[in-house]
Structures are given as C-alpha cells and as structure tokens.
Write a protein that binds this ligand. Sequence first.
Ligand code: SF4
Length: 422
Amino acid sequence: MCWEIYPGFAGSEVLYNEDGSVRGVATGDMGVGKEGEQKDTYMRGMELRGKYTLFGEGVRGSLSKELIRKFNLDEGRDPQKFGIGIKELWEVDPKKHKKGLIQHSFGWPLKANTGGGSFLYHFDDNLVSVGFVVHLNYKNPHLSPFEEFQRFKTHPSIRETFEGGKRISYGARAITEGGFQSVPKLTFPGGALIGCSAGFVNVPRIKGSHNAMATGMMAANAAFEAVKDGRQADTLSAYDEAYVGSHVEKDLKRVRNVKPLWSKLGTIIGVGLGGIDMWMNQLGIGLPFTLKHGKPDHAATESADKHKPIDYPKPDGEISFDRLSSVFLSATNHEEDQPVHLRLTDDTVPIAHNLPVFDEPAQRYCPAGVYEVMREDDGSDPRFVINAQNCVHCKTCDIKDPTQNINWTVPEGGGGPNYPNM
Ligand code: SF4
C-alpha cells in the first residue's frame, strides 16, 4: 500500500463527475495576490481523484458544509449544534501544580440560560491546560465567549492556580454538540463524511476522538469492500448500515437528551435532569423519546435591544488578557498578500443589517479580533473591517453569523494557527 500525505495543502474544492457524484478534491492555488492576481510564486492547485473520497475536515468543514447542502444530507435531522471552546496553556508555579488533577465546572460566569463550562488539566512538568466552552445557541448578541473565559479565570478558586504563572499558548475551536439527533446521512455518491464532519462528539462525556476514529474505520471498510468488488463513485450504503446500531450510535443515543434539556431548562435544572436521564439510559430505562434541538445556533441570536450590554472587566495582564496578545501566542501566520479567506455573501449586511439589529456580534464572538467596526472620531461612517490574518480557524463566524453571510474558506495552504503543546 502506498500513502501520500500533503501537509500544507488544504482541500479547497470538491470535484464532481458528470453524473454529479464526487470525484475527489482540489487543493487551493498557491501564490495568488490580494486582488486575485497571479504572483511570481503562482502554482495551480492539484486535483486529487479517488474512487471514493472520505471527508474528515473537523467541525464545520467548508467542503462538508457544501456536501451536506448539495446532497440534502441533513434532511429530516435536527440542526447541528455547536459550542466554541477557547483554551490556554500555562506554566504554573510548581507549588500550585498537582499532576493529574482534573477540574470541570458548569455555568459561572455564564448566566443559567447560557450553556457552557470549563476544564483544567494539570499535566507534565508544571503545565496546566485551561479552557472554557460556550454553547453557540446563546441569545444575547452582546455576549463575548472570549471575555467570559477571561472572567472565568478571575474566580478566586481558579485565579489562585495561575498567580505567579506564565501563559504560553492560546487557541480556539468550535465543537459539534448536536449528537445523535443531528448526525446527517453519512454517504453520498462517491464519498462519505467521517468524524466531526458529521458530528460524533459525545458532549456530556466531553470526548469525540474515539467516535471519529471508529467512523473513519467503518467508512474505510465500506470503501475497501466496494473497491474490491470493482465499484466506484456510488453510495457506500454499507457505512450507513454499519453506523446504525454501532457502539458509536449507542454512545450518542444514551446522552441524546442532555443538550436539549440544558438548552431548554438552563444549567441548574436542565443539566440535573439530563444527568439523570443519561445514567438511566446507561441502565436501559431512560426517557423513551428523543428531545429536539430547536433552532440552528445562528437563529437563536436575538436583537441587541432585548438585552443589556455586558460590562466585562478590563484585562489585568496577569490572569486575564486581551485578544491580540492571545492571538500572538497562537502563533497564527497567514501569507499577507492573498485574497481574504473570510468571504461575505453580501458586503452590505454587517453595517446595514447586523449593526443596527445585533450591534454586529462578530466583534464579540470572534476569539481572535478578526472583525471590527471602525468609525470616524465623531462616531460616524461605520465600516466593517476583516483582519483575516488573525484568524485562528475556529469557524465560529461561519456558524454564528445571524444571517449566515460569512463563509469561511481555506486560506493559502499552510496558513493558520500553529499550536505547540495544545
Ligand atoms: S474569523 Fe471566524 S474562524 Fe477566524 S477566528 Fe474569528 S470566528 Fe474563528
């Protein structure tokens, strides 16, 4: 068997056969300037063709999003749900390090009607990984997941761990949270979705890699058998069949009502009831029905006038920080002279619609300060600015923009965050 791995070449386009089946992917062109012009370094992208193509792009993959839409893979399913996880790596005072200690929390500083929680892991030599997840179905457009995370670290029982320590890395990424009722149809002519492209995270148990690997193996087995039988570019139904009743499906089914209960009844009652249902399911006696997720996350955002702005404390530079110093620690790097990879379907929407209705929430939900509304000194002439070079590829804008006007596309290959030890 021969493996070819192309690091630094992102899949930017799905290739189709004449009959509409998937033929493979194309990598992006390299050496294209800001205005779309070819530079001296220009190199055409490559076509990678296969009898079957398996898409494992992680959460909200740009090609998977296209495939789900084109082949109606989410028809009859609940909308996919998401959270944003923001994380830092710290080197702490050795006196405060307790190797192996794991801490989790729900809620604070979030209000009970906003889902989310934290983790702290002490590991290796004086390292602590700390993170905070905010469910993206929050209603208040003034909310900033980044500032909530910074505020979380100021809680007296958390702050203490980091006093005298040094923050060494920063990152952010969306997480699929829809689970059982949001898993789309997995196959289409010529390929399949695997891992987080389909959303196999078990949210209450905070894990998903096990299901990502298992579904990759199921799809690979189905493709192997099909190729052995001389088939190509048809539907790998054996993968759909293998998933139904599999340990992956059972894993997600047992916890399927936790997230809807949490969203509908809040952190205290919802998580409590969800926990009871989860453990009763473990014993085979949980709720005999599946609760629905309701609206997609972008549609959950309410207008700014229904909510009070949130007065977040200023970062102290010791425990809490601003976005730009955080992005610096993510080692994010993009070729500056390239087309903006965050594309607006309609350039007028941010200022003409999102600003008056939602106070343009992109200014707050982006954990990297990519989106800004700039004005003249007297507050006039608002302009929407996209600092695309800061993007840490979390995909939150693609998910949470209220009108779904932002499309995250792959930048020139190799660009993005570089997370050491994360
Ligand atoms: S621009 Fe979008 S994908 Fe990039 S960091 Fe901001 S929210 Fe995440």
